[in-house]
Design a protein. Structure first.
Length: 230
């Protein structure tokens, strides 16, 4: 069965696949993870806010984003962000955002909704007694959140945050529909060029599985360490 396969295509193109494709995928993943956690934490705090209007708006946004396929959100942001920029700046023409910036905004705003729910659970897992003790010591709301609640919430939710990041790493492959040079997009170009679709897509599947499995194993080890600390 494998006699007709030409796995030399991998050897001929591995530098392009990893130095260009995988580098792009990891860059977008890390930037989207950082932005998503920051925005998600703010959304979580807003959802837990005593201001009902703010909590309702943020809750509606989170539920809307989580109920829409990511591929549709990618197209939305890619085509709508230039017009939103035009509306905000008052320009006569749509603002040129670029595919990378559009994809980054998409993943930050989409993944922030999932990070939001993770962080909301982490914040709610902290005993209210600790919050009351912080207020008793003279801390204001932001000091209490920054010094008491959020550090513990991040520690408790670290395995879930990293698990969601693994999902994000896999979801980044969807940017190939915009002809972005991610790992899957790079492999697709090589496959089309050399006519070796089966070999390249099989190789991509093995790489994604290997990296995701290794990261999942690290998350399990981290989860075990956190459980011991508790």
């Amino acid at each position: 069965m494998f006699n007709q396969f030409d796995f030399n295509v991998i050897e001929r193109s591995w530098q392009y696949l990893f130095y260009t494709g995988m580098a792009f995928t990891l860059q977008l993943t890390l930037l989207a993870m950082t932005g998503g956690i920051v925005v998600g934490t703010l959304l979580a705090m807003a959802r837990l806010s005593s201001f009902r209007a703010l909590a309702a708006v943020c809750g509606a946004y989170v539920n809307l984003m989580r109920g829409i396929p990511l591929i549709l959100v990618i197209f939305w942001f890619y085509f709508l962000v230039p017009y939103i920029g035009q509306w905000l700046t008052g320009s006569e023409q749509p603002i040129k955002v670029g595919a990378f910036a559009s994809c980054l905004i998409t993943f930050i705003m989409f993944e922030a909704c999932y990070y939001c729910e993770i962080m909301r659970a982490g914040i709610q897992s902290i005993s209210r007694g600790q919050v009351a003790a912080g207020y008793a010591l003279g801390l204001n709301y932001w000091q209490c959140m920054g010094d008491v609640v959020l550090p513990q919430a991040f520690r408790n939710m670290a395995p879930l945050l990293l698990t969601q990041t693994i999902v994000l790493f896999q979801d980044v492959s969807l940017v190939y529909v915009l002809s972005m040079p991610d790992f899957l997009g790079a492999a697709s170009k090589v496959a089309q060029r050399d006519g070796r679709l089966v070999e390249m897509y099989l190789f991509v599947a093995v790489v994604y599985f290997s990296m995701s499995y290794a990261l999942s194993s690290l998350v399990k080890r981290l989860q075990g360490r956190i459980a011991i600390v508790r």
